[in-house]
Design a binder for this molecule. Structure first.
Ligand SMILES: [Zn+2]
Length: 289
């Protein structure tokens, strides 16, 4: 493998704009706050919604030919290496699969990984087996046994865009003071008002064009306002849309980096047309059994 060609970094930048009030917390009621006591959208929330959308889209598009079969050697009852077949899919259902399922096919579970880690026959090939037998979306977003390649910063309020402070839903009062808002009321719930803008910054490293396409397909749904965030979505909360600032988006790979070091050229601006090419690469992958 050519290591130089392998390294790459795609940086996507934009703003997430609320179209309805947002309630998003780390549990229960309330709004997640950053260290400056400003409401924020935790990266894990956005990322989880993005991953769920990508998974459901790929599950809907996947055809049987996308499955690959892998054979690994595990310790058999007689102590000898015993070939074991695994089916690996383009994506699993990371939410619904049971982590204690030892017979899961299509991807791995915590239980399978624990068993493999304890298997003396597999041990020399364990790292490769974990990568090869994990579905492509889990390889991209990460699992407890495999680091992901999508890095997302918490979405923080864009300066000046939180004009109205927090609003309360289900109650009468509107508070502009985040510290004392709605304390003592069990009926009122805080929400970040519509119109608030949050900064969006995503970095995707070492992803193939088709994998970049997966992320871009998911972000396209965010751009169209199809994915909600936070609580009470059935009551109309948590709607918003992503605006990607293409002028701020960058794609760099090893060749370009070398060029930038030697000649001082700027990292390449990543345009909307290039995003389209990545999505086409994903479409090609899905068409090719
Ligand atoms: Zn998976």
């Amino acid at each position: 493998m050519n290591l130089q060609a392998f390294w790459s970094r795609l940086t996507l930048v934009g703003e997430y704009v609320l179209d309805s009030p947002l309630r998003i917390g780390t549990g229960g009621d309330g709004v997640a706050l950053d260290h400056e006591k400003q409401p924020m959208i935790p990266a894990s929330s956005f990322r989880g919604a993005l991953r769920a959308y990508v998974e459901s889209t790929l599950r809907g598009l996947s055809v049987a030919g996308q499955e690959t079969r892998r054979t690994i050697n595990l310790r058999g009852p007689d102590g000898r290496p015993t070939p074991t077949q695994r089916i690996v899919k383009l994506c699993c259902d990371s939410v619904d699969k049971r982590d204690d399922d030892l017979n899961y096919q299509g991807c791995l579970t915590g239980a399978i990984v624990s068993r493999w880690e304890a298997d003396p026959v597999l041990r020399p090939q364990l790292d490769a087996a974990l990568i090869d037998c994990t579905c492509q979306v889990c390889r991209l977003f990460g699992t407890p046994w495999l680091a992901g390649r999508v890095r997302l910063a918490d979405l923080r309020i864009v300066n000046g865009s939180a004009a109205a402070g927090l609003v309360s839903r289900g109650g009468l009062s509107i508070s502009r003071d985040t510290d004392t808002a709605l304390e003592g009321s069990q009926y009122q719930r805080q929400a970040v008002p519509a119109g608030t803008r949050f900064s969006f910054h995503l970095i995707l490293e070492n992803a193939t064009p088709a994998e970049q396409g997966m992320i871009l397909v998911g972000l396209r749904a965010f751009q169209a306002g199809l994915i909600g965030l936070g609580a009470d979505r059935s009551r109309g909360l948590g709607r918003g849309h992503l605006v990607i600032d293409w002028w701020q988006c960058r794609y760099v790979d090893a060749d370009q980096l070398l060029g930038a070091l030697l000649v001082g050229t700027d990292p390449q601006v990543f345009t909307e047309d290039e995003a389209e090419l990545r999505i086409n690469a994903l479409a090609d992958l899905l068409r090719t059994p």
